[in-house]
Design a protein around this ligand. Structure first.
Ligand code: ADP
Ligand code: MG
Length: 473
């Protein structure tokens, strides 16, 4: 690798490079391949000045972005290796090329990246490249269970049929439930089965980044043309462009043009289109023309299935790996619905076990994952539930304990009782007392009512899911 902008002697710049390589490696671990390739790889560690690590980026936008979103993590990772580093500073070096979409985590593509470093005008850059797909995210490695079976089927359908019969497909669900995994799986499948099909996968934040660049260089025409030749467009985490008006405008046009040409579009979001605040009405309704599917939070069976499949993969690669089968059940019970957290727990256990060279037991699990288990245990209180529910439905907290029986108050009150029953270990009478001294039969009624309604009323189901996430998060 060349030492662009490193004005030090070769010994120390080699040290810097090594430090940065290690940092990228660790960041890939913590933030994921895609994120690093898109945002962090285009940044360079140029100097350590006193207690500051100086990072250079090609544009102010990129510097700002990385600093705001990943600054703290980068500092922590750097600090681990060089404890004297106390802060990271960003500088702007237009010569760096700042073309994150050409950046790739593996050496093979670096040569390509350097070709684009002439002054950093994106208009000079060739066509828009897809963000790299994570090789681990395939259909084969995706465990299907009740909570995600619809989303999985929709993704399969997109990957296997060429006719865009559902268009667009909108996948939504909470953090770490497999949206990105499914999109990458579609990408991999298409690459294999239809090598000529042009697949463009990018995050909505990156879409915005490119759009802002295009605006800045007054080159929105090229920006638009870049999408023309795409057969399948996948945009991840669309909630990100909510409230960003001009980006939405552009997104909308791109989106319409592609749909008119019968090109497949897949979009993901962290909630259903109508619940994304600041998403324009027309985008929202256009999204709903297609197929909208949600990924529900994992249930125990799915968590266990995922853990088993990951543990098998680890065992296949590490013949000495041994684990008490109870451990997986324990983790599936105790760790939240976020699959990323689940995987993290298993990875940590595995690292720990291979360090000390022993079989993974229940005791070891308790010890090694104490902090994770503690947060999973975090006690949610009835007060918090009332506050969040009141906020969510624009009520006063006192409405929830009042005797008012108007639907607009009674339903949220039932939701709050339902959440109190499922998220706390309080008894029915205790919950009744928490809601203005109601009888325990009222609580039972509320819990049953909400359980039933949730099956048919998807809006309510969404509300509850969102509240649950906020309370547990
Ligand atoms: P999201 O994009 O919804 O936040 P991701 O797709 O990034 O979530 O998933 C988080 C992690 O969990 C990834 O490592 C992914 O491989 C894993 N994961 C999620 N769901 C499943 C599943 N059903 N089977 C196997 N792995 C999964
Ligand atoms: Mg994702």
């Amino acid at each position: 690798m060349e030492n662009r902008g490193v004005g030090e002697n070769s010994a120390s710049s080699a040290g810097l490079e090594q430090l940065w390589e290690k940092t990228l490696e660790q960041a890939r671990h913590e933030l994921g391949e895609t994120c690093v390739a898109q945002w962090i790889y285009p940044v360079k560690l140029t100097e350590i000045n006193g207690d500051s690590a100086v990072l250079a980026a090609a544009t102010g936008f990129l510097a700002d972005w990385v600093e705001r979103n990943y600054g703290r993590q980068l500092l922590r990772i750097l600090q681990k290796q060089r404890p004297k580093i106390k802060r990271v500073r960003f500088t702007i070096e237009p010569g760096l090329g700042g073309n994150p979409d050409m950046a790739a985590p593996n050496g093979r593509d670096r040569a390509a990246k350097h070709e684009g470093k002439n002054g950093g005008n994106p208009a000079d850059e060739a066509i828009l490249q897809s963000a790299p797909l994570d090789p681990r995210f395939t259909f084969d490695s995706f465990v299907v269970g009740k909570p995600n079976e619809l989303a999985h089927a929709a993704a399969r359908r997109v990957a296997e049929s060429a006719d865009a019969s559902f268009n667009p497909v909108f996948l939504y669900g909470g953090v770490g439930l497999g949206k990105t995994h499914l999109m990458h799986a579609i990408g991999w499948h298409l690459k294999q089965t239809r090598p000529n099909c042009r697949v463009l996968y990018l995050s909505a934040e990156y879409f915005m980044y490119r759009f802002v660049q295009a605006l800045r260089y007054r080159d929105t025409l090229t920006f638009k043309q870049q999408f023309r030749s795409v057969d399948v467009l996948m945009v991840d985490d669309v909630q990100f462009i909510a409230g960003k008006e001009s980006t939405q405008e552009e997104f909308f046009h791109t989106f319409n043009a592609l749909i008119d040409q019968k090109k497949q579009i897949v979009i993901s979001g962290d909630r259903s289109p109508e619940r994304i605040d600041g998403l324009e009405e027309r985008i929202c309704s256009r999204l709903q023309w297609g197929l909208v599917v949600d990924i529900h939070p994992t249930d125990y069976e799915l968590r266990l299935g995922i853990l088993q499949s990951k543990a098998e993969a680890i065992a296949a690669a590490n013949p000495n790996f041994e684990m008490d089968p109870k451990v997986l059940e324990f983790l599936a019970h105790r760790i939240s619905s976020n699959v990323r957290v689940l995987e993290g727990a298993l990875t940590r256990l595995f690292a720990f076990a291979s360090l000390i060279g022993r079989r993974i037991t229940m005791d070891m699990t308790q010890e090694c994952l104490a902090d994770l288990l503690r947060t999973a245990d975090r006690k949610v209180t009835i007060e918090e539930i009332k506050r969040k529910v009141a906020d969510h439905y624009n009520l006063r907290m006192s409405d929830l304990t009042s005797a008012r029986r108007a639907r607009a108050v009674a339903r949220p009150r039932q939701v709050a009782m339902f959440l109190a029953k499922s998220l706390t270990s309080k008894s029915l009478p205790e919950i009744g007392r928490g809601f203005g001294g109601r009888d325990h039969t009222t609580v039972i009624h509320a819990v049953n009512k909400i359980s039933q309604l949730r099956e048919t009323d998807s809006q309510l189901a969404d509300d509850i899911e969102m509240l649950r996430r906020m309370l547990e998060g």
